[in-house]
Design a protein around this ligand. Structure first.
Ligand SMILES: CC(C)(COP(=O)(O)OP(=O)(O)OC[C@H]1O[C@@H](n2cnc3c(N)ncnc32)[C@H](O)[C@@H]1OP(=O)(O)O)[C@@H](O)C(=O)NCCC(=O)NCCS
Length: 242
């Protein structure tokens, strides 16, 4: 069975608030931000955030030229919409503004309920992206390692480029703790594909289960080449929720 958000947890819910520098203030002053559930009326805007602030920056999407291949583009947008319908994706707003500051595409993975995304994918760029992600999670059996039957995972952390470098990604990751507690999840794990998300994850307390350098994937499969990718490694990182 696929995971369903329990009706006992309020929706939409504000999970986390914090202060960080406001890009619209010249004096370096702070603004209050909140991290909350994405609601359906903003699904399209969330997709726009990802097409404009993720596709050309995230190492695997950039390398795979996902934006420039119509089939791959349609596949990734389809996948994002599939994730949004799980109604556990979170977004960040600056107080008093409707602009999407950032988002994290979240999902709950359950033991014995593996969704084989590869069968929905035709483009080479997306096939490689899915394959290396799957390789990471298949190599470490998180269910066994942590003794859990489900965990919170994620398929994309994006911060609007004009808000970057202010600790916003770090704060969005902190929201995973109250979210896991509300849904009774004892673990959150993610394949972090960029240094800009690996550093925040480590700050929040995520520990590395497995790190594979992009230039080492050819040893796994000769077709997994990433020559010139703008990144060093993928890290599968986990945070145990006490
Ligand atoms: C990655 C991303 C989410 C980071 O958002 P952000 O709000 O700027 O992140 P934060 O400010 O919380 O933290 C980023 C940290 O990474 C560090 N960092 C970024 N690039 C780095 C680099 N090349 N080398 C070393 N550290 C780096 C920053 O210095 C910062 O740490 P600091 O606060 O100690 O200086 C954002 O850049 C983004 O949306 N990128 C495009 C999509 C993407 O790659 N997502 C991650 C895929 S899992």
């Amino acid at each position: 069975m696929t995971w369903e958000r329990p009706t006992s947890v309020p929706y939409p819910n504000v999970w986390w608030t914090f202060e960080a520098p406001d890009p619209d203030r010249d004096d370096g002053g702070l603004a209050t931000y909140r991290v909350e559930d994405l609601t359906e009326d903003r699904f399209e805007d969330a997709i726009k955030l990802y097409t404009e602030n993720f596709l050309d920056d995230e190492p695997l999407c950039q390398y795979g030229k996902i934006r420039h291949n119509p089939v791959a583009y349609e596949e990734i947008v389809g996948f994002w919409n599939y994730c949004l319908n799980e109604r556990i994706t979170i977004v960040c707003y600056k107080e008093g503004s409707k602009e999407l500051v950032g988002a994290n595409l979240l999902s709950v993975k359950q033991v014995n309920n593996k969704v084989d995304f590869s069968k929905y994918i035709r483009s080479e760029g997306m096939q490689k992206l899915v394959a290396v992600n799957e390789y990471m999670t298949d190599t470490v059996n998180l269910f066994e390692r942590y003794g859990v039957d489900k965990y919170l995972t994620a398929y994309g952390l994006s911060v609007n480029s004009r808000y970057r470098g202010r600790g916003i990604a770090t704060e969005i990751l902190k929201a995973r703790v109250p979210i896991c507690k509300a849904f009774g999840l004892r673990l959150t794990s993610t394949n972090f594909t960029a240094i800009g998300s690996q550093v925040p994850a480590a700050k929040v307390g995520f520990k590395t289960d497995l790190e594979i350098r992009y230039d080492e994937f050819v040893k796994v499969d000769p077709s997994y080449t990433f020559d010139g990718i703008k990144g060093t490694s993928i890290k599968l990182m986990s945070l145990v929720i006490e």
